[in-house]
Design a protein around this ligand. Structure first.
Ligand code: NAD
Length: 302
């Protein structure tokens, strides 16, 4: 299938690589020229100079872009994907929230282009290995059309037919992931301050009821070795928590814990910078306590 892919960052470059590996013809675009280079030179993708050019060549266009504003711009701007002559459907893999997904479905629909929100979870390692959780909202016909493509990226869940339900699922997932990382940061700092060894703490937590995605993966891989290189920017996690808060407010569901978790991520972004790795949140708590949660990890970072 001739596919288009726009946004070749941490996630997009790896997902595009999987699609090329599965034998798809891929026309790619990113505003950063360096992001395009290796996929074209080493992997055989075709470079397009604009989003519109991608949509002139590909029937199915996938996007992996940082923010709702960047997705709306790439898809709906006067020189955007919606103006393309070949495009029949757009699959947005980014995290953009339900309002953006519904707006895309409406405005692309007016041009006869189907819109599928299919955000992903599983990080850069999941994108590399093709083990992401893909949360797609699409009509049955569109889901059948895109699910073989999405299956190259990981396990595909058809979460509903209403536009935005994929986004709702993703916001719920990322809220839990963010809360687990924030609370694990506090728990680990308290334990180390009390005299516990952080490796022992993780072993115990992972054998007990405190186990979560931060104790199992993020702390051993990026915090204990001090590499802070898990592959997700603090600004993007803060964006996701803002979208979750908007969603909860729109549905009149109180989320007290969510408000505190969101503030911790805002602090992390403002103190350590928007481009810091999201695992850096522990450094905020470490600073307040005057200690660091570091240790040699057997065999180095996995
Ligand atoms: P990233 O910042 O690494 O990559 C985004 C890419 O989009 C960059 O290469 C950038 O140059 C490009 N871009 C920005 N504006 C553009 C435009 N107007 N036209 C063309 N290209 C443009 O971000 P990422 O970490 O890959 O995340 C992408 C999306 O996936 C985000 O919505 C994020 O929330 C979501 N996500 C990220 C992860 C992760 O672990 N990194 C996991 C799941 C979901």
């Amino acid at each position: 299938m001739q596919l288009g892919f726009i946004g070749l960052g941490r996630m997009g470059s790896r997902m595009a690589g999987r699609l090329l590996g599965a034998g798809h013809d891929l026309v790619v675009h990113d505003v950063e020229i360096d992001a395009v280079g290796s996929l074209v030179v080493d992997r055989g993708a075709t470079a397009a100079s604009s989003a519109r050019e991608v949509a002139d060549l590909a029937e199915t266009v996938l996007t992996s872009l940082p923010t709702p504003a960047s997705v709306l711009d790439v898809l709906l701007a006067p020189d955007g994907v919606a103006q393309g002559t070949a495009v029949r459907r757009v699959v947005d893999l980014s995290t953009t929230g339900t309002r953006t997904a519904r707006r895309l479905a409406e405005e692309l629909g007016l041009r006869g282009v189907a819109s599928i929100d299919a955000p992903v979870s599983g990080g850069t390692s999941g994108a590399e290995k093709g083990t992401l959780a893909v949360m797609a909202a699409a009509s049955a016909v569109e889901f059948d059309a895109v699910s073989p493509v999405l299956a190259t990226l990981g396990r595909v869940f058809h979460v509903g037919t209403e536009p935005g339900l994929g986004q709702a699922m993703k916001l719920v997932n990322n809220y839990l992931s963010a809360a687990a990382l924030a609370t694990t940061s506090e728990a680990m700092v308290v334990g180390v301050r009390a005299g516990l060894d952080p490796r022992t703490m993780l072993d115990v937590l992972n054998a007990g009821s405190g186990r979560n995605s931060a104790t199992q993966d993020k702390f051993p891989r990026s915090v204990l070795p001090g590499t802070f290189d898990f592959g997700f920017a603090t600004a993007l996690m803060e964006k996701d928590l803002g979208l979750f808060a908007d969603e909860a407010a729109a549905l009149a569901v109180p989320t007290w814990v969510g408000a505190v978790v969101h503030q911790m991520w805002r602090q992390t972004r403002d103190r350590l910078g928007p481009d810091s790795d999201f695992t850096s949140i522990v450094r905020l708590v470490e600073g307040w306590a005057g200690i660091e949660v570091r240790a040699d990890v057997q065999g180095g970072p996995s």
